[in-house]
Each structure stands twice: as structure tokens, then as C-alpha cells.
Design a protein around this ligand. Structure first.
Ligand code: GDP
Ligand code: K
Ligand code: MG
Length: 292
């Protein structure tokens, strides 16, 4: 018998969804920072075994969309409800229920198994944890609750074992050596964007999109050229920084991360361009893969 299915991870921003997906797949597929809206897309992470294939989806945190890109992000979340065989609803200790009522109702009325993962228990004491467990039992009575720490990989194996039990009987959906459905360039874009999220303040990270224009793999080296887009001239100046120092730091750190990710030497060239109001422009959003 072979089992396969979609296990879709949803929840508020910053609760640890991407950290969990990476822990399941054992690769850094999803970028992680302490900022909300780090994850903008639905990212598939595949775990293969002889008789199973688990298709995890990491999704953006649920927010009230303020502009078109965020609306597209919430479409990714919506689609994750639609094709799930198992739903993972992730919360963190001390958190209240989802503010978005429509999404919350979908969870408590789901016709599929719901695993509520109470994350970041490494930051909590026993009393707070017990309080949280009884709070969530009441909030989402249809869920099985698992206290975990995605960061410390605590109880992640137990959750995975339960997923295998719940997974429907099905042939594999993807080739058995597949890790994700996204092309290599996507991960280049994300790794560069992660370094930008880490090093710039305020509005800058949210105004940035990265597009990899060239990805040429030779035997020993991958040559990459990526375009960093911002919405305003002033933002371009900030990204580049005094004598180019700020951008240089992004390049150095991104290159190191890319070398780990691809296991090859990387030659990385980045340049910055203004693309006015791309976050609100349908055509631009399509170009950057925000259509679903
Ligand atoms: P997402 O927005 O839900 O995808 O959350 P991320 O995976 O990007 O994580 C947000 C922040 O929470 C990052 O700084 C993570 O390192 C941190 N984090 C994730 N899981 C845990 C955990 O189990 N314990 C602690 N202490 N921090 C965590
Ligand atoms: K985050
Ligand atoms: Mg994320």
C-alpha cells in the first residue's frame, strides 16, 4: 500500500510555519526571519519514503490584505485550504485565535483531520503550556493538539508519525526524488530576499522583489545574476548604501547561503532597479508569480 497527500500549514504570521516545514523536509526550503510576511508564496516541501509521499505546503501568515500583493498572498492561503488532506494549524504559546473569522471558521468546520501545533514551547513554562492546551481544546475542538518546538526539533517526529497514520492511500503525486515544485531561481530570489529582510528596516523589505535573470550552471560553478526591485528611487539608494556597502553585505551573505543550498561554488551579481508600485500592479505581480 502506498500513501500520499497534501499537508498544508497555516496560521498567523511568525508562529513558526516555515521553520516547521524546513524541519520536516530537512532542508532550508523556506526562508525564515522574525519579520511578518517573510513567506509570500505557497512553497511545497516533499518528504518521500518507500511507501509514502508527504506534500507539505508552507503558506504566508494570515493577514488582512492592504494591497494587491497581500491579496495574492491570501489567495495562496485559501488554495491551501482547498486541496489539503490534512490541515496543520500552527499557533504559538500565548497567542489568541486567528483574527480572520472566515479562515478560522474553515478550520473549526474542516472535514479533514486538523493537527493544531502549539509551537515555541521552549519559551514557555509548564503552567502557561497547560493553560494554552485547554484554551485551544475549547477553540478548536476538532483538532488534535501537539505541543512542539519547531526550532529545537522537539516533538516534530511525533507529529510526522501521526501524519503518516492519517495520510490517505494514494499513488505519489511527484517523482520520488522531488523535493519541491519550485524552480532553482525561486530559491535564489528567496535567499537574497531573506538577507534584505534581515538587514533593512521599516518599509524596505516589503518594497523589495527579487528576480533572477540568469542562472547558468557549469560543472564547478553556478553563475547567477539577480535583479533587486524596489518601488522608489530613495529605496534604491538605501539598498545600495554608502559606497555600495549595504548591498555588498547582502551579496556576500546571500552567496554563502546559496553555496550551502546548491552545494556548488556561486558567482553572484546583483543590481538594483526601481519598478514603481509593483506591489499594486497586476501585470508585475503575475510576472513575479503571484497569480494562482
Ligand atoms: P512563519 O512566519 O510562521 O513562517 O515563522 P518563521 O518560521 O519565519 O519563524 C518566525 C520566528 O520565530 C523566527 O525568528 C524563528 O526562528 C522563530 N521560531 C520558530 N519556531 C520557533 C520555536 O519553536 N521556538 C522559538 N523560540 N522560536 C521559534
Ligand atoms: K516570519
Ligand atoms: Mg513563513
Amino acid at each position: 500500500m502506498h500513501k500520499a497527500g497534501f499537508v498544508n500549514i497555516i496560521g498567523n504570521p511568525n508562529v513558526g510555519k516555515s521553520t516547521l516545514m524546513n524541519a520536516f523536509v530537512g532542508e532550508r526550503l523556506s526562508i525564515i526571519t522574525s519579520k511578518a510576511q517573510t513567506t509570500r508564496h505557497r512553497i511545497l516541501g516533499i518528504v518521500n519514503g518507500d511507501d509514502f509521499q508527504v506534500l507539505f505546503s508552507d503558506t504566508p501568515g494570515i493577514i488582512k490584505p492592504a494591497y494587491e500583493m497581500q491579496a495574492a498572498m491570501m489567495q495562496f492561503v485559501k488554495s491551501a485550504f482547498e486541496d489539503a488532506d490534512i490541515l496543520i494549524y500552527m499557533v504559538e504559546v500565548g497567542e489568541q485565535a486567528l483574527k480572520d473569522e472566515a479562515f478560522f471558521n474553515k478550520i473549526i468546520h474542516a472535514k479533514i483531520p486538523v493537527l493544531l501545533l502549539l509551537n515555541k514551547i521552549d519559551t514557555s513554562d509548564q503552567e502557561k503550556l497547560e493553560e494554552a492546551v485547554s484554551f485551544w481544546k475549547e477553540q478548536v475542538p476538532n483538532a488534535e493538539i501537539f505541543p512542539i518546538s519547531a526550532l529545537e526539533n522537539f516533538q516534530v517526529k511525533e507529529v510526522f508519525a501521526r501524519i503518516l497514520e492519517l495520510l490517505p492511500e494514494s499513488p505519489a503525486y511527484y517523482p520520488k526524488d522531488a523535493l519541491t515544485d519550485k524552480p532553482e531561481r525561486f530559491f535564489v530570489n528567496e535567499i537574497i530576499r531573506e538577507k534584505i529582510l534581515l538587514h533593512y528596516k521599516k518599509e524596505i523589505p516589503y518594497s523589495v522583489e527579487v528576480e533572477t535573470e540568469e542562472f547558468v550552471e557549469d560543472e564547478n560553478i553556478i553563475r547567477i545574476r539577480s535583479l533587486i526591485m524596489v518601488e522608489r528611487d530613495t529605496q534604491k539608494g538605501i539598498i545600495i548604501g554608502h559606497k555600495g556597502e549595504a548591498l555588498k553585505r547582502v551579496g556576500v551573505e546571500a552567496r554563502a547561503e546559496l553555496e550551502k543550498f546548491f552545494g556548488k561554488q556561486i558567482y553572484l551579481e546583483t543590481y538594483v532597479k526601481v519598478n514603481k508600485d509593483w506591489r499594486s500592479n497586476d501585470r508585475q505581480l503575475k510576472r513575479f508569480g503571484y497569480n494562482n
